[in-house]
Write a protein that binds this ligand. Structure first.
Ligand SMILES: Cc1cc2nc3c(=O)[nH]c(=O)nc-3n(C[C@H](O)[C@H](O)[C@H](O)COP(=O)(O)O)c2cc1C
Length: 374
């Protein structure tokens, strides 16, 4: 692995990645003259805008979810590398700091295929985490959803949108921020404010993240479907007919998942779900000690190869709820896509579109490989 350089460099701080990245093949794609037209020609020949993503025509509804694409340089490089959906990392209504370095570690579940099952004892007992980035890749990420001030991200998001080639779509991601002294109404209003700020950039659609621990330690907003319902009503008032997708973590209960669908899609406020986000695990080093330094970092979210089974399960259950309720919504499948076969498995499970964060970080050619496989 020594000659390989992921476009987000896990050995540098988030701030250095933001200022200096992307690296590796993505840096080359940005530097090369004519790379954009070459990439869009490549995309167009693979599937000339035959698919849609929340109503927008796309070459192939495959791309990168919120996370490793920190700003317009990253999203533009992703477009040039043939990822037709590029998600701009989650933004907030205000500047927000990043967790201390390191923010990424490799994780090594015990099972032979490297998978982690939601609810399994291993998640609480401890999963080995270190800097041995073996393939197929599983990692943990611990950033705390940092954000620039809107005065910085709004013009940059505008530039990101403008850099999309034919059949490519920039997908903005946002979330609410809970700060000391905020009432529930303030918290709801913060989501609506952020959505409005995104709409001002000219975005044609957006994804609202409800699946990071933003409700206090390890409590996720998506585990409270009724609150998500109230928030999406406020967001809908702010953005009108702009399509809204909700990012969900793994939700074990079918009843809770159906309540989420009915509280959002059922009320006309949401047009799709993107799932899954990371799965929380206790991370330990080889001596059994806490792997990530600092208070509140005993647990962290795992992504990549380890969580593909859980992601496929969520997508299949959402597709079954879509069938059962007759409600119309899009499903964006995420979690552990590291190969063309994984992309195909998500499509078979009922996903309308598919994205890869960890898999794309460790294989900048993933979109090209999937297009060639079709
Ligand atoms: C480096 C990194 C940063 C991430 N940051 C965010 C984020 O800001 N917002 C979000 O909704 N998800 C974030 N995610 C989660 C991904 O969008 C995705 O749901 C998760 O990683 C599972 O997909 P994967 O197995 O392809 O990585 C991040 C993931 C990674 C790897």
């Amino acid at each position: 692995m020594s000659d390989f350089e992921p476009f987000y460099d896990v050995n540098r701080t988030y701030e250095d990645n933001y200022a200096q990245g992307p690296f590796g093949a993505f840096a080359q794609a940005l530097a090369e003259d004519g790379a954009a037209s070459a990439a869009s020609a490549d995309s167009a020949s693979a599937a000339a805008q035959t698919e849609t993503f929340l109503g927008q025509p796309v070459n192939l509804a495959f791309g990168i979810p919120a996370g490793p694409l920190l700003n317009s340089r990253y999203t533009t490089a992703a477009f040039r590398m043939g990822f037709d959906l590029a998600t701009y990392k989650t933004v907030r209504s205000r500047a927000w700091g990043c967790n201390p370095f390191p923010n990424v570690l490799a994780v090594h579940p015990k099972s032979a295929d490297g998978s982690l099952t939601p609810g399994s004892a291993e998640l609480d007992e401890g999963v080995l985490a270190d800097t041995n980035y073996d393939l197929p890749i599983s990692i943990s990420n611990s950033f705390g959803v940092p954000s620039q001030d809107p005065d910085v991200w709004q013009p940059d998001m505008k530039a990101a949108i403008a850099a999309a080639g034919p059949g490519q779509v920039l997908v903005p991601s946002f979330q609410g921020s809970r700060v000391e002294g905020m009432s529930e109404d303030d918290y709801i209003a913060d989501h609506a404010t952020t959505a409005r700020l995104i709409k001002e950039t000219g975005a044609k659609l957006m994804v609202m993240n409800t699946s990071c621990p933003n409700e206090g330690h390890n409590r996720l907003l998506c585990h409270n479907p009724l609150l998500v319902g109230r928030i999406t009503e406020a967001v809908k008032q702010a953005i009108g007919d702009t399509p809204l997708m909700i990012k969900l973590a793994y939700i074990p209960s079918d009843d809770d998942l159906e309540l989420m669908v009915r509280s959002t899609v059922g009320r006309g406020t949401v047009q799709g779900f993107s799932t899954i986000n990371t799965i929380s695990a206790r991370l330990v080093d080889k001596d059994g000690n806490q792997a990530l330094p600092g208070a509140g970092r005993d647990r962290s979210g795992v992504c990549g190869n380890a969580i593909r089974g859980a992601g496929l399960d969520m997508v299949a259950r959402l597709a079954a709820i879509r069938e059962k309720t007759g409600l119309d919504f899009a499903i964006n499948g995420v979690g552990g896509v590291v190969s063309p076969a994984d992309y195909a498995a998500y499509k078979k499970a009922g996903a309308d579109s598919v994205m890869s964060a960890t898999g794309a970080m460790w294989d900048a050619e993933l979109a090209h490989k999937i297009k060639v496989s079709l």
